[in-house]
Design a protein around this ligand. Structure first.
Ligand code: ZN
Length: 471
C-alpha cells in the first residue's frame, strides 16, 4: 500500500474508531518494549523482591494488563511485527527470528528487514498521516520508512556481533548513527574522564563500537537524544537486557531481575525527559514472557540420524530436503522440496523418536498451525515440554542438561509464564485501570488510536483496547 493510499484511507475514515474519541492530534506516543518482561513482574513485584519504582508508578497512574497473549511462535521478531501491524505471523509474514531455513548454515541471518512485512506497520501509517517517526533497535525495522531510524541488526559472522555497530550504522537513516554515536561517546568521555574513540580495528575491517555500557543504557541514551533533538510524534524503543539475562540465567535469576531493575531506571529517565514536552502517551509493553528450562533437546541430531540431512566428506551435515528453525520453546520443520513417500516416512520415524524423549509436548501439523495463524510454510512445529528448549545442535546426545540457557520462550502463547505486558499512561487514560487479558494483535490498533489515527488504518481486524472509560 502506498503512502498516498494510506493517507487517503486516514482521511476517508475519520470516525472509524470504536474506542471512543481519539486523543488530540498533537498527542505524541512513546512505546518502550521491555523484551520478555512478564506482567507478574509489575503485578507482584514484591513477591520477587523486584525494585521497579518507575513501572509501579506507571501501573498506578495508567492502565495495565494482567496478561497480553502473544502469537505463535512466542518469539521476539514475529511478536514485534505483530505489535506494529496488529496481524498474526501468517499475515505479516515474519514467521520466526531467522530468515534462513538452513540449519547447516553457520551464521544465519535474522528477519531484520522491514521489507519482509507484507502489511503496513504503525510507522508507515503514522508517517503517511503526517506524523514524525523515530525508532531505536526495533526488530524488523531495517530499511523501514521511519524518519529517524537506528534499527536492530548485526553481522552474525562476527565473534561478538552485538559489540560491533557497523551494520547498524549502514542501515540507519543516513548519518543518524554517526550523529548519535558522537553524542554518546562525548557523554561517556565527560562521565569517565577517558577518551573513547570508535574503534575501527577489527579482523573484519569495519568494527564500530560504542561505550562499554549495557545495551539498554545505550538504547535509552539514543532515544533521549532523538526525543530532545527531533521531537518525534512516535518513538519506538526496544530494550533487550532482561531477555538476554533471562535466557542465560533464568527468568527469575538475580541477573535477570537486576536487568529488569536497570531497565526500570532507563524507563524512569525517559519518563522524566517526556515531562514538559506537551501531551505524550507512554506505553511500556513486551512481546512474550519467559519460562525456566533445565534440559536442551536437539531434534537435528535425530533428523541427521534418520538421514534427513546429508554429510560431506568431513562428516559435516549438509542440507538436503529438510529445513529447520529452532526457536527455544518451539522448532519448525520445512520441506524445501516436494518430499517422496520415503522422505515422509523418515520424518514420521524421527518425530516418533523425538516424542519418546519426552522433550516434545506436542507436534503441531498444518491444520493446527493454520488455526494459530502461524507459519504457513512449516510442515510441522514441535512444542517443547515444560523444562525443555530446542537448539540447533547436530552432534551429541538428543537430550542433555542445559549447558547454555536457563530460560526460554517460543512455545504456544497460552503456555503459563509466556504472557506479555502492557502499561499505558497519558491524557485520557484512567489511572489504575486493569485491562485484564487481551491479544497482542490488539496492541497496534490501540497504538494507532493513541496517536489519533483511525484504528482501522492498519490491516488488523482487531479493536483498540479501551483505556479511557472507567469500568
Ligand atoms: Zn523477545
Amino acid at each position: 500500500m502506498s503512502a498516498t493510499d494510506l493517507l487517503e484511507k486516514s482521511r476517508t475514515k475519520p470516525g472509524a474508531s470504536t474506542a471512543g474519541k481519539s486523543p488530540a492530534r498533537g498527542t505524541k506516543l512513546v512505546v518502550l518494549s521491555a523484551d520478555g518482561m512478564r506482567p507478574d513482574f509489575y503485578r507482584r513485584a514484591a513477591d520477587y523482591g523486584l525494585k521497579i519504582p518507575t513501572l509501579r508508578t506507571l501501573v498506578d497512574s495508567g492502565a495495565s494488563a494482567d496478561a497480553v497473549e502473544s502469537i505463535y511462535p512466542s518469539t521476539t521478531y514475529p511478536a514485534h511485527a505483530t505489535l506494529v501491524t496488529g496481524v498474526p505471523p501468517s499475515v505479516h509474514g515474519i514467521y520466526g527470528h531467522l530468515a534462513s531455513l538452513d540449519p547447516t548454515e553457520p551464521a544465519r541471518p535474522w528477519c531484520w528487514h522491514a521489507r519482509a512485512l507484507r502489511v503496513p506497520a504503525l510507522w508507515d501509517v503514522a508517517r503517511a498521516s503526517g506524523r514524525k517517526t523515530a525508532a531505536i533497535s526495533w526488530p524488523v525495522s531495517a530499511g523501514a520508512g521511519i524518519d529517524y531510524n537506528i534499527p536492530e541488526i548485526w553481522d552474525p559472522a562476527l565473534p561478538d556481533p552485538h559489540r560491533d555497530f557497523s551494520r547498524v550504522a549502514q542501515h540507519s537513516s543516513p548519518g543518524l548513527f554517526e550523529e548519535v554515536a558522537k553524542t554518546l561517546i562525548a557523554q561517556a568521555h565527560a562521565g569517565t574522564g577517558h577518551s573513547h574513540k570508535p574503534s575501527r580495528k577489527s579482523p573484519h575491517g569495519h568494527a564500530l563500537t560504542l561505550p562499554e555500557v549495557s545495551p539498554d543504557r545505550l538504547r535509552a541514551e539514543a532515544a533521549l537524544y532523538l526525543w530532545a533533538r527531533y521531537k518525534p510524534d512516535l518513538l519506538l524503543v526496544h530494550f533487550v537486557r532482561y531477555d538476554q539475562q533471562a535466557h542465560r540465567f533464568g527468568p527469575l535469576s538475580p541477573e535477570a531481575l537486576a536487568a529488569c531493575e536497570e531497565m526500570d531506571t532507563e524507563i524512569g529517565r525517559i519518563r522524566e525527559a517526556l515531562a514538559g514536552s506537551g501531551p505524550v502517551t507512554l506505553v511500556v509493553l513486551s512481546d512474550h514472557g519467559f519460562v525456566p528450562v533445565e534440559k536442551e533437546a536437539a531434534p537435528l541430531v535425530v533428523f541427521a540420524e534418520e538421514q534427513l540431512f546429508g554429510r560431506d566428506k568431513k562428516g559435516k551435515p549438509q542440507l538436503d530436503r529438510l529445513g529447520a528453525v529452532h526457536a527455544g520453546g518451539s522448532f519448525a520443520v520445512y520441506w524445501l522440496e516436494e518430499p517422496s513417500t520415503e522422505d515422509r516416512n523418515k520424518l514420521g520415524k524421527a518425530l516418533r523418536r523425538l516424542l519418546e524423549t519426552h522433550a516434545v509436548a506436542e507436534i503441531l501439523g498444518r491444520n493446527r498451525l493454520g488455526d494459530l495463524e502461524a507459519d504457513p510454510d512449516a510442515e510441522v512445529m514441535l512444542e517443547a515440554a515444560p523444562g525443555f528448549y530446542f537448539s540447533d545442535r547436530f552432534e551429541g546426545p538428543v537430550v542433555r542438561d542445559t549447558v547454555k540457557d536457563r530460560g526460554t520462550h517460543g512455545q504456544l502463547p497460552t503456555c503459563p509464564g509466556l504472557e506479555a505486558s502492557f502499561i499505558a499512561v497519558g491524557q485520557g487514560i484512567v489511572p489504575g485501570k486493569n485491562l485484564g487479558r487481551f491479544s497482542l494483535r490488539r496492541v497496534a490498533p490501540t497504538l494507532a488510536h493513541l496517536l489519533g489515527l483511525p484504528q482501522d488504518i492498519l490491516a488488523s481486524k482487531e479493536r483498540a483496547v479501551e483505556l479511557g472509560k472507567r469500568d
